[in-house]
Design a protein around this ligand. Structure first.
Ligand SMILES: Cc1ncc(COP(=O)(O)O)c(C=O)c1O
Length: 361
């Protein structure tokens, strides 16, 4: 099997895959409650929070919908700066909310001053943004935006950390993020099919007032069960065993070391790309530490390289489809991405680049 260097799903280590095959247990047993409760401390550490960390055995999009359906009665502000942030705004529209957007060019980061302006001009119940836009390799400055959000305490701050949590430090409590969600199949290096979200008390208070939350993604239902170390319905128990294993591995590595490894891999890939004559796609200073998006300024045929690399055991990305279609229309260089997230090591990334550069000669 080819090793995954794509921005999700990411490479899953053998001991985690093994954990998935743990014999099934009943989800209303003491054994399950022990398993579930045992996940709590490790999850809180990853989010740097004392808030509850709810688990949904859906993908991350489930928590997009949960946040919108539970935390917004009418009006929500979204920042859109790439494919996923755009799609999330569409989810809010599909939930019949009144959606306003701060729209950026793809490749740009979300700017604190724009958020401040929008929140000062109109009343919103919540502000949604994607921390790490996987489609463009852009990480926005949560630190600066946090200062603005503290000026607007009536607005709930909802952050998608799908492709950053566990790879880039996000201090939920210090920053004051109300709802922070992530998928398992990115920097957490687990199989897809599980999502986690830290949820502030303000979120539960708001959810009490919101009608039409539905059932499956009602955070109050999840909270009721969470307080009994259970889930409201049958969860994917194998994923929970895999999460348990991964939390142990993360504890062993150390979170700070994990962030440092991501930043080291990112620095390496960025300078490697530039040394090969490419440019980086994100605006200067907003480059992500989990995925590097590279302008294919040399017009290399990444699609055929991707096929060839797969035969050699490397699964790579030849660029985000919608972004490349648009760039092609505009007559601009397309992009490709190198993901360096999860449990990948610098050595593995260097093996990949050594193989890739054979095509650039
Ligand atoms: C930033 C971001 N948000 C949300 C999603 C959707 O997550 P999922 O596929 O887990 O539903 C993705 C998927 O790649 C993503 O990259």
């Amino acid at each position: 099997m080819a090793k995954l260097f794509i921005p999700g799903p990411t490479e899953v280590r053998k001991d985690i895959l093994d954990a998935l095959s743990h014999p099934q247990i009943g989800h209303r047993t003491e054994e399950f409650r022990d398993l579930f409760a045992g996940l709590r401390p490790g999850l809180k550490k990853i989010f740097h929070t004392d808030n509850d960390v709810l688990i949904s055995t859906s993908s991350g999009s489930g928590f997009w919908e949960a946040a919108i359906r539970c935390l917004v009665e009418e009006k929500v502000l979204h920042a859109t700066n790439g494919s996923f942030s755009k799609k999330w705004a569409k989810v809010s529209e599909a939930c019949a909310k009144d959606v306003k957007k701060i729209e950026y060019a793809w490749g740009d980061a979300v700017k604190a001053e724009d958020v401040d302006k929008a929140l000062s001009e109109e009343k919103y119940e919540a502000f949604c943004m994607v921390h790490n836009e996987t489609s463009t390799g852009v990480a926005s400055d949560l630190e600066a935006i946090s200062k603005v959000m503290k000026k607007h305490p009536e607005v709930l701050w909802i952050v998608d950390a799908v492709s950053s949590l566990g790879g880039i430090k996000i201090e939920v409590d210090r920053l004051g993020i109300d709802f922070c969600l992530a998928s398992s199949q990115k920097a957490l290096a687990l199989p897809a099919g599980i999502a986690v979200a830290s949820v502030s008390k303000r979120c539960y208070e708001k959810a009490e007032k919101v009608k039409g939350k539905g059932y499956y993604f009602d955070i109050l239902e999840l909270k009721k069960a969470y307080d009994k170390d259970e889930t409201p319905y049958t969860p994917s128990i194998p994923h929970l065993y895999a999460l348990k294993k991964q939390l142990e591995r993360i504890e062993k590595e150390g979170l700070e070391q994990r962030y440092a490894r991501h930043s080291e891999m990112a620095d390496y890939v960025r300078s490697w790309a530039e040394s090969k004559g490419f440019e980086l796609f994100p605006e200067n200073g907003a480059e992500s530490d989990t995925v590097t998006c590279i302008k294919n300024t040399k017009g290399i045929d990444m699609k055929s390289i991707k096929k060839d690399m797969a035969k050699k055991g490397y699964s790579i990305d030849s660029g985000y489809g919608k972004l490349n279609e648009q760039l092609e229309k505009e007559g601009k260089p397309t992009t490709f991405r190198i993901a360096h997230m999860g449990d990948l090591t610098l050595k593995e990334v260097q093996e990949l680049t050594a193989e890739l550069e054979k095509y650039f000669r």
